[in-house]
Design a protein. Structure first.
Length: 148
């Protein structure tokens, strides 16, 4: 695959450096790990849910952080002593550590998380501030009316 140099975008688009960084990251040849599998679901116009299959992990082994439009989910299995070592004939349930990052859109907030039946569900909602919502301005008046 050919690599594309997006550095001219940094000079041309003032204030869009975050977008150019995202494009650089998407174009990089580093593959995102495929474990654990996940779904992203639109529940409503501005509500979303991420569901991750984390079989074998407990609440204490999972960590969820949201910072700078990035949601990071980390799973760290507690190390077991050698006396508890099991001998598998077939091991299809992965019990390895993982770190999965999701880029969140502007004004997307994490509402909460729940772990049930080996599925971690993270609820998200886009909350647009009042100052950024469209407003209707009456002609010949200084008053602004909110449009819906």
């Amino acid at each position: 695959m050919r690599t594309v140099d997006l550095s001219p975008l940094y000079r041309s688009f003032i204030g869009f450096d975050h977008l150019a960084s995202l494009m650089d990251a998407a174009a990089s040849s580093d593959k995102q790990p495929s474990f654990p599998p996940y779904n992203i679901e639109a529940l409503d116009k501005d509500k979303y849910r991420i569901t991750m299959a984390v079989a074998g992990f407990s609440d204490s082994e999972l960590s969820i952080e949201s910072e700078n439009n990035t949601l990071k989910v980390v799973g760290v299995k507690e190390s077991k002593g050698e006396s508890d070592e099991r001998k598998f004939i077939h091991q299809g349930i992965a019990e390895r550590n993982f770190e999965r990052k999701f880029q969140l859109g502007d004004h997307v907030k994490v509402l909460g998380a729940d772990l049930a039946n080996g599925l971690l569900s993270i609820d998200l909602q886009r909350e647009i501030p009042e100052a950024l919502k469209p407003r209707k301005i009456a002609i010949g008046s200084d008053k602004m009316l909110e449009s819906k």
